[in-house]
Each structure stands twice: as structure tokens, then as C-alpha cells.
Design a protein around this ligand. Structure first.
Ligand code: ADP
Length: 408
């Protein structure tokens, strides 16, 4: 079975065609500047090993974009399938499933209605995801489509961890609560971690640390998410590249008054001008921060210290929330590649039984155990693979291996 995995943003679209027999990527690519002059498709046949093909053509909307992707997949020179009919199903990354979806779901009219309702909660993302689904429906009628939500894995987080200390009516009126994101990534690495440990996921207490430009940590107890650091929006938890992380909410009206900021301007500061960038004044990129700190830039060093401290604090908090800890997993750009920052985060966790091995820790972008022999808490680097997780969910649903709708 061949599954097309689509991740549609407002002006970009990422795709992978995966042959599920061997879970092998047949082709992947990125279409940029949808609706903006100068659209560019970068298509890579045969996974990462293939040579990049660049195709530029104006792409006014997502439908034309997906048409272009399908044409590239079938092209006689750089295509990997003969006919569009070889695509058995499409799996879509959908950012927000609100409270309605606790699992992936086969898309039908009812699901589309709910997706439109959830758009208010993720105004930058869900509308683009919907456009991608609608385009596929008209270009590939009859091909089953599945929505895999960033929020779904966290729908198991109990009320005590997802209701904020605000008047309850705001939860009732506007669904203001913690949702959590990066769920597909947390779920994937937690499953891989159980495999590497050789123990059932249902018995384990794991903290998964997804550290990329956006960061979130999740407490995965007995295979389900019981707490996660992102919330209603995507700015809580440890500091991130440009996002502020946990800040006393009192600061926000104070700054708005002092600086005469509108809500939109304040939001822009919290999401785009804070975090590593805001503290260091250097960059939002961890590599630049590390380089600047090594040259003696004190604010870059401070940003590093804060990043490590906040992550360490969350790991400790989640160990307490779960009543123990079997493993810590690092994933995403910083988690998979940041040797020094992983070591810095783990310094001080020895009391929990988590001891990092500086030698084993010298790995980038590959699955590895990085804890010292005898460390009771195992520490792993596990590259995330959200596309494969989406394809696996799509396959299971399309083959009817599990119930299709988990709507509550
Ligand atoms: P996104 O959340 O946009 O998908 P990524 O998961 O690609 O982001 O992560 C990007 C982050 O990973 C950047 O801060 C980048 O500096 C960091 N990163 C990539 N390689 C390294 C490295 N070798 N050492 C430290 N950080 C790295």
C-alpha cells in the first residue's frame, strides 16, 4: 500500500510518498510560496538518496500545488509511480483537533465540519490543512483520507493538568484549556523508546523532549500523555527559538500599558521576538547561540543556561507527576543534534538516577542510548518521524484495523 503524507501550511506544502510494505520513502518534497509569485517545488525521488529536482511554476492555490506534486510523482524522469491510482490513501497532518478528536480519523463530511469549527483555535494552521484536504478530495475522489492531529495524543491529559486557573466559564464558553502539540512526534518517539528498552510501553514512565524551533516536553505514563508543556497556544513550557516559554501572566498587561502595545503586537513579541532570540539578541538558532556563547557573549550564555534549566525543571516535574521515571528521550533538531545542550540539560538529574555518558552522547541524528551503564533511567536520542507515524495511522484506519472515529 502506498500512502501520500501531506503537511499543508498556509503558503507551503511538504509531502512524502511512503510504501508501507517496507515503510520506505519513495519520494518526498517541499512546495514553497503557494499563492506568492516564484513558487518552487523541490522534489526528491527515492527518499533522501535521490537527486533533488527543482521545478518553478506559479502556484496560485493548494489545489494547483497538489496537482503539481502528483504530476512530479508520476513524471517519466523523476517520478516514482506510473499512475495516480497507485496512491491508496492520503494522510494529512492537521494541527488542531480541539476536544473532539483523541485519535486519528478517516475524513468524512462530519469530520470536515468539526475541522472548520476547530479553525478558530489554530487560525494560522487549520485553514491550510482544510485547503489541502479539499484539494485532495477533488483531485483524487474516492481515495480515503485520514486526519492525524498534533493535539490528539494529548487528549488523555487529565483535567487537573489541562484546566487553567482561570474562571471556569472561559473553558465552557471558549474552550480555553491546555491542548498540547507535537503529539505525533511524542507518540512516535515514546513507541520507539519502548522498543529500544524491550519493554511494553504500557508499563513505562517516559519524558519525551521534542526540542526544535518549537519545543515541548511530555510526560508519557503507561503509553498515554498525562501532561505536556505546550498549552492553549504554542508558547508555554521552556523557552524556544523565538517564543517566550513560561512567563508570569502579570507581565503581559504591564508591558502592554508601559509600551502602548496592542494585543496583536504583544502576541508578536511573545511568539516571534522572545526565547533564545529575545534573551541573547543574537539569533533564534541554537547553533548560533552556542557559537556566540563560546566566544564569550554573556547573553548567549544566559540564553543557553535558561534553556537547559527550564528543560531540566520540566523533566523533574514530570518525573514527580508520573511518580517515577524509566527513560528520557531527546528528539527534533536540538534534541537530535545538540550534544552540548543535552549534556547541560541532564546535569543535575543524577539524583533521579539519570546519568548521561559524555562519550555515548557524541551522536547526531541517529537512534542511540546516551546514558551511562548502570544509569537506572535510560536516556535516548531518537530522531522523530512524524510522516511515518501519520502513514502508520492512515494504514491502520484504512485497513480497518482499528475503530475509525474517536470523536467524543
Ligand atoms: P522545527 O521546529 O522548525 O522543525 P527543527 O526540529 O529543525 O525545527 O530544529 C531546529 C533547531 O535545531 C535549531 O535551533 C537548530 O539550531 C537546532 N540544531 C540543528 N543542528 C544542531 C546542532 N548540530 N547542534 C545544536 N542545535 C542544532
Amino acid at each position: 500500500m502506498k500512502i501520500l503524507v501531506l503537511n499543508c501550511g498556509s503558503s507551503s506544502l511538504k509531502y512524502q510518498l511512503i510504501d508501507m510494505e517496507q515503510e520506505k520513502v519513495m519520494a518526498q518534497g517541499l512546495l514553497e510560496r503557494i499563492g506568492i509569485p516564484g513558487s518552487l517545488l523541490t522534489h526528491i525521488p527515492n527518499g533522501n538518496a535521490g537527486e533533488k529536482v527543482k521545478i518553478s511554476r506559479d502556484v496560485p492555490d493548494h489545489k494547483v500545488g497538489i496537482q503539481m506534486v502528483i504530476a512530479a510523482l508520476q513524471d517519466e524522469n523523476h517520478g516514482v509511480i506510473k499512475d495516480m491510482g497507485e496512491i491508496d490513501a492520503v494522510g494529512h497532518r492537521v494541527v488542531h483537533g480541539g476536544e473532539k478528536f483523541a485519535d486519528s480519523v478517516i475524513i468524512d463530511d462530519e469530520v470536515m465540519k468539526v475541522l472548520h469549527e476547530c479553525a478558530e483555535l489554530a487560525p494560522l494552521h487549520n485553514p491550510a490543512n482544510i485547503l489541502g484536504i479539499e484539494a485532495c478530495s477533488s483531485l483524487m475522489p474516492g481515495v480515503p483520507q485520514v486526519a492525524v492531529f498534533d493535539t490528539a495524543f494529548h487528549q488523555t491529559v487529565p483535567q487537573e493538568a489541562h484546566i487553567y486557573g482561570l474562571p471556569y466559564e472561559y473553558y465552557e464558553k471558549y474552550a480555553v484549556r491546555r491542548y498540547g502539540f507535537h503529539g505525533t512526534s511524542h507518540k512516535y518517539v515514546a513507541r520507539r523508546c519502548a522498543r529500544l528498552l524491550g519493554r511494553p510501553l504500557e508499563e513505562l514512565k517516559i519524558v519525551t523532549c521534542h526540542l526544535g524551533n518549537g519545543c515541548s516536553l511530555t510526560a508519557v505514563k503507561n503509553g498515554i500523555s498525562i501532561d505536556t508543556s505546550l498549552g492553549f497556544g504554542t508558547i508555554s513550557g521552556p523557552i524556544m527559538g523565538t517564543r517566550c516559554g513560561d512567563v508570569d501572566p502579570a507581565v503581559i498587561p504591564f508591558l502592554m500599558e508601559k509600551e502602548g502595545l496592542t494585543a496583536a503586537e504583544m502576541n508578536n513579541i511573545l511568539y516571534k521576538k522572545s526565547g533564545l532570540l529575545g534573551i541573547s539578541g543574537v539569533s533564534s538558532d541554537m547553533r548560533d547561540i552556542e557559537a556566540a556563547a563560546a566566544e564569550g557573549n554573556e547573553r548567549a550564555q544566559l540564553a543557553l543556561d535558561i534553556f537547559a534549566y527550564m528543560n531540566r525543571k520540566y523533566i523533574g516535574a514530570y518525573a514527580a507527576a508520573m511518580g517515577g521515571l524509566d527513560a528520557i528521550v531527546f528528539t527534533a533538531g536540538i534534541g537530535e543534534n545538540g550534544i552540548a545542550i543535552r549534556e547541560k540539560i541532564c546535569q543535575g538529574l543524577e539524583f533521579l538516577g539519570a546519568v548521561i555518558d559524555p562519550e555515548k552522547n557524541k551522536v547526531r541524528g541517529q537512534e542511540a542510548e546516551i546514558s551511562r551503564d548502570g544509569s537506572t533511567v535510560k536516556i535516548y536520542v531518537i530522531p522523530t518521524n512524524e510522516e511515518l507515524m501519520i502513514a502508520q495511522d492512515t494504514l491502520e484506519l484504512v485497513k480497518g484495523r482499528r475503530g475509525c472515529c474517536c470523536c467524543r
